[in-house]
Design a protein around this ligand. Structure first.
Ligand SMILES: Nc1ncnc2c1ncn2[C@@H]1O[C@H](COP(=O)(O)OP(=O)(O)OP(=O)(O)O)[C@@H](O)[C@H]1O
Ligand SMILES: [Mg+2]
Length: 353
């Protein structure tokens, strides 16, 4: 659906040359929700704006729906852009016009008559749950409602793609979550392909199928969110994931607890991680039964990512060390990652002495 190839965007600012995007390749499939994360200045907005050529790349190609956008003339590009909606952090509504007029605005020149336009706007407003606000003005709406109007407006020409640049950054957590629900619903109901820029990994976790992590104009890492969340390769990705899961902090607090310290002296602490295994329960009981070890689950956290359970457990093994070794081997063979917690112990426990 969207294919970006070898994209560079270079700005010439007075005496400075800024390479905002460098060597980017990105594929977004139809019906996918694709997240772009990165710190401020990473190049996220610049990159996403190349998808509808709001920003022309310095080099590279932009293919949308099989069409090479850079080769289109002005009229063809206007047509192509109608199929790519966009929403922003600050909604960009026209304050002096009613909600109806804001949503109807992209329909000028659509060939629809007055009655058809009114029907289309009513349909869009009911899709975003704002039918009763037709005659209100933007300043009479909350931030979340304004973003809903912006979404309705962006969908006026039945686009295949919706680009969202920090669309929830100005909203509180509850409103953010209701806007994410709406985006998910639009994705499922209309098959809308969504590219969403955010600096919040929790947004990615709750909504996206895939994610790309950007730094200094480059994409450092990209892929399905279950893969990225369970096996991040880059330090920056790990940082972002930690902000969404808080797992390291939580496990650190548990490790620092005197009871955990006692278990640490008596046995072996380990961190177990697994993806998609229905549950570790049968595994744990097998360990106890077959290997004659005791397994204490000290902390457990299960995330559901894209309908896939992703488990993080902190356990203490006690028993004969030969048995513990065999038990750990068995876990590894059952696709459970078993890691030592020494790095976390160091970070969270010894520091406090
Ligand atoms: N029109 C422009 N002219 C010159 N430099 C620009 C222009 N637009 C962006 N830049 C620079 O390109 C880099 C990437 O900017 P961009 O806005 O894409 O980052 P971002 O990841 O969206 O950041 P934020 O999270 O703050 O929105 C920055 O260094 C920025 O200053
Ligand atoms: Mg930006």
């Amino acid at each position: 659906m969207i294919k970006l190839r070898d994209i560079d965007v270079v700005f010439h600012d007075e005496d400075r040359v800024v390479t905002a995007v460098k060597d980017v390749n990105l594929d977004v499939e139809k019906g996918e929700i694709y997240g772009i994360v990165g710190y401020s200045g990473a190049g996220k907005s610049t990159l996403v704006r190349t998808i509808n050529l709001l920003q022309r790349p310095t080099t590279g190609t932009v293919l949308v729906n099989g069409q090479e956008l850079m080769g289109l003339n002005a009229r063809e590009l206007r047509q192509a852009r109608k199929k790519i909606g966009m929403i922003f952090q600050h909604f960009n509504l026209m304050e002096s016009r009613t909600i109806f007029e804001n949503v109807a605005y992209p329909l000028r020149g659509s060939g629809l008559n007055k009655k058809e336009k009114a029907a289309k706007v009513a349909e869009l407003l009911s899709l975003v749950g704002l039918k009763e606000k037709t005659d209100a003005y933007p300043n009479q709406l909350s931030g979340g409602q304004k973003q809903r109007v912006a979404i309705a407006r962006a969908l006026a020409n039945d686009p295949d793609i919706l680009l969202c640049d920090e669309a929830t950054s100005a909203l509180d957590p509850k409103t953010t979550s209701s806007i994410l629900d709406l985006l998910r619903e639009l994705n499922e109901k209309l098959g809308l392909t969504i590219v969403i820029i955010t600096h919040e990994m929790s947004v990615v976790k709750d909504l996206c199928h895939k994610v790309a992590v950007m730094e200094n104009g480059h994409i450092l890492e990209q892929g399905p969110i279950v893969d990225i969340f369970t096996e991040p390769n880059e330090q920056l990705t790990k940082e972002f994931i930690d902000t969404a899961t808080h797992f390291d902090q939580e496990i650190g607090m548990v490790l620092a607890h005197p009871e955990t310290q006692k278990l640490n002296r008596e046995g072996i602490l380990a961190r177990l991680r697994y993806v998609g295994v229905g549950t570790t329960q049968p595994l744990i009981s097998t360990l106890v039964r077959e290997y004659d070890v005791t397994v204490n689950i000290i902390y457990g956290h299960i995330e559901i990512l894209q309908n896939t359970p992703v488990g993080n457990l902190l356990v203490a093994f006690t028993g004969e060390s030969e048995n513990i070794k065999k038990a750990i081997e068995f876990l590894k063979q059952s696709d459970v990652k078993v890691d030592s917690v020494s790095d976390l112990l160091e970070e969270f426990v010894t520091k406090e002495d």
